[in-house]
Design a protein around this ligand. Structure first.
Ligand SMILES: C[S@@+](CC[C@H](N)C(=O)[O-])C[C@H]1O[C@@H](n2cnc3c(N)ncnc32)[C@H](O)[C@@H]1O
Length: 313
């Protein structure tokens, strides 16, 4: 049985680990305020989708994922429509192609940003060194390339088969681990793109993915029609110190925070916000290590806070 917990693309600032806890806190707060169970969930800054998928898992009747970055939304829409990952998802992306496509709005750009960028920052190429060797490893795992395997077997004096004889079906992750174990030293970082692609494969198999409403736009253009007492709106804007990533996809003007705060102050909806600081009431905080921030040397814990505006009662 596939485990559909912690779904979401591995992008910078992903809430994959925290999502179930944050949703539980929001639901508790909502019930206290409205004496009603919320049934609609709006994820205004969808990113890798961790909060949206967690909301679907939680049992919300309708979940809306909204994201400004067109490439990511286009890629998710493509997968949702095709119900599988098409061939382009399994082709290696070299540095040259990455630089060519990373700023675009199409599926290839979504692939570059989601699977090949450093720490999921959507702008720097992840695999600087040994690109040729990595692309061969990719072809071995993703394309089952017998010629490459023969060469590797010869070079390493091994006889590793292309398909695992003990398994009827081998997942991408299984294959990556098998070849990695056979050909590389422990601790090598090869093939992390497969972990990310495997996440999308899991999303694709998730039965409720088809019900996710995917919208491309800015949070303040979203039209919300469900009643405030049945709706949770959640905002997770890029934190100020990470806002340099892929600026093309960030809101114009530097003051996204001000825009978000103004919007929340005026809204009749109860809106929950993940931020370090805000003028709103803090309802929850937790120490957290964000594994997607590889520049956070030593992976120091940060304090994640959840704020809420007043909304209409
Ligand atoms: C911190 S990430 C969200 C992470 C997400 N909660 C997750 O778990 O994957 C912030 C996202 O907001 C998007 N974004 C930036 N400005 C936006 C805007 N004005 N409206 C909607 N999304 C925006 C960014 O592209 C980025 O994907």
């Amino acid at each position: 049985m596939t485990d559909f917990k912690n779904l979401g693309l591995s992008i910078m600032g992903s809430k994959r680990r925290l999502a179930p806890t944050l949703i539980t806190e929001m639901v508790k707060n909502h019930i206290e305020k409205y004496q009603t169970i919320p049934v609609h969930f709006i994820d205004g800054f969808g990113g890798g989708g961790a909060m949206s998928f967690s909301a679907l898992n939680y049992g919300f009747l309708s979940v809306t994922y909204n994201e400004l970055n067109t490439a990511i939304v286009t890629m998710l829409q493509h997968v949702q429509k095709n119900r599988k990952l098409t061939h382009e998802f399994y082709e290696w992306v070299g540095k040259e192609d990455f630089d060519l496509f990373k700023r675009g709005d199409d599926i290839q750009s979504g692939i570059c940003q989601s699977f090949y960028s450093f720490g999921g920052n959507q702008k720097d190429y992840s695999f600087g060194k040994q690109e040729l060797m990595l692309s061969e490893f990719h072809a071995l795992v993703a394309d089952s390339n017998q010629d490459i395997l023969n060469e590797w077997n010869q070079k390493h004096n091994k006889n590793i088969p292309l398909k695992d004889p003990n398994k009827l079906f081998e997942t991408l992750r299984d294959r990556k681990l098998r070849f990695k174990k056979a050909f590389f030293k422990k601790g090598c970082r090869h093939g992390e793109q497969f972990e990310r692609i495997a996440q999308l494969e899991k999303i694709c198999c998730y039965p409720r993915f088809q019900q996710l409403n995917l919208i491309n736009g800015s949070f303040d253009e979203l039209v919300i029609l469900t009643p405030p007492n049945e709706t949770i709106v959640y905002f997770d804007p890029p934190y100020q110190n990470t806002r340099k990533y892929n600026q093309k996809h960030q809101s114009k003007g530097n003051d996204l925070n001000k825009k978000v705060f103004d919007y929340m102050a005026k809204s009749e909806y109860t809106i929950y916000l993940s931020e370090y600081e805000s003028p709103f009431e803090e309802i929850y905080s937790v120490k957290h290590r964000n594994q997607m921030n590889q520049r956070n040397k030593g992976n120091k814990p940060t304090i994640e806070k959840l704020f809420v505006n007043k909304g209409k009662i």
